[in-house]
Design a protein around this ligand. Sequence first.
Ligand code: ITT
Length: 222
Amino acid sequence: MENVIWFLTGNAGKLAEAQQHLHPMGYEVRQLMAEPSSVTEPQASDLETVARAKIEQARSLLPSPTAKVMVEDAGLFIDALNGFPGVYSSYAFDTIGCLGVLRLLTHLTSDDPVQAKRLRAARFQAVAGFWDGERTLFGTGVCPGSISAEMQGEAGFGFDPVFIPADLDGEGEPLSPDVLGVESTHGMTFGAVEPSKKQVFSHRRKALDDLLRQLPDLSEKV
Ligand code: ITT
């Protein structure tokens, strides 16, 4: 396969999702591994700055000068916590984890499920960066939703067991919590649905599609 993309990531879940989405479009996504000590993530206030820094590091690790490389930076932004953990999601996951996030929100409950979703509103955001040999392109994706009351499911990775995506309409646009969408996990978290179902809502899938739309030879495939 000639369309090989090297993906600099140490996260097996992110790699698997990128492979699942891009393989049917004719791309082979290979993991580009680096010594953990050689990859540094700047403590920046936005995901694109982190993705840009990762791309610069990835370019220095490429197996050939013409190889194509991709990076991706994502985070969970919780409204009631003013966007925390956001760009610090990796650190938050390694330290307090899903249970810690649930504990931070224990005071935000309601017997009304719609109100509970409003109180516990959150979103995943992703920025994918791609070096095509000449320039760096960025794609972005957002997945709004809410934090569940308890951990649910063992699929996926990271904060998937506590994140319920918002329903989508027929155009794939997110809906408010009081409306049942054409696409819905019916209150289940990403951790409790099939990987193919997560892709329908996923911030990562959206960021990759946004990226692909900017590559002329692939735009008709998105
Ligand atoms: P890299 O090597 O690619 O940087 P990472 O695990 O450090 O992998 P990020 O900094 O992009 O990844 O992500 C920050 C954290 O956000 C990550 O550790 C996960 O816990 C969480 N996260 C990101 N995307 C997620 C998703 O789709 N589902 C659940 N959690 C996710």
